[in-house]
Design a protein around this ligand. Structure first.
Ligand code: 5GP
Ligand code: ZN
Length: 118
């Protein structure tokens, strides 16, 4: 859509725009879900807003409704593919492990997981 917030240098904006391929699981008005290219669990899907926001804090302040849509979509995918139990991770900042600065929730499931995360 023409009013979308985009960053021309952003990998996930390019996926949202269809300029780079992805294994899309769900495509909604405001949010997109696609499989992580390097999965860490049997279910590993990334849920992203179609608008570019750098991280979950920025998204929460700018558009909380879309953040809620992200969570609901991730939850639904986990219900469909992993029995409804999942871990939802928003790495926020380089020291947390964030490497793509377009907010994405990692929806991980389908196996037992340790705690605390590394
Ligand atoms: P972060 O490290 O920012 O929390 O997560 C970035 C995630 O994006 C990583 O799990 C990585 O495997 C995934 N990723 C990086 N590049 C691509 C890509 O081109 N396509 C897809 N589907 N996932 C990607
Ligand atoms: Zn982006």
């Amino acid at each position: 859509m023409s009013n979308r917030i985009t960053d021309p240098d952003c990998l996930f904006c390019k996926i949202v725009a269809g300029q780079l391929p992805a294994n899309v699981v769900a495509d909604e008005e405001k949010v997109l879900a696609f499989r992580d290219i390097d999965p860490k669990a049997p279910l590993h899907v990334l849920v992203v807003p179609k608008d570019h926001h750098a991280d979950v804090t920025t998204l929460a302040h700018a558009d909380g409704a879309t953040l809620a849509e992200l969570v609901k979509l991730g939850s639904r995918i986990a219900a469909d593919e992993a029995g409804g139990e999942f871990r939802l991770v928003f790495n926020t900042g380089p020291s947390s492990g964030q490497s793509v600065f377009h907010v994405h929730g990692h929806v991980l499931g389908g196996r037992d997981m340790g705690w605390p995360p590394g």
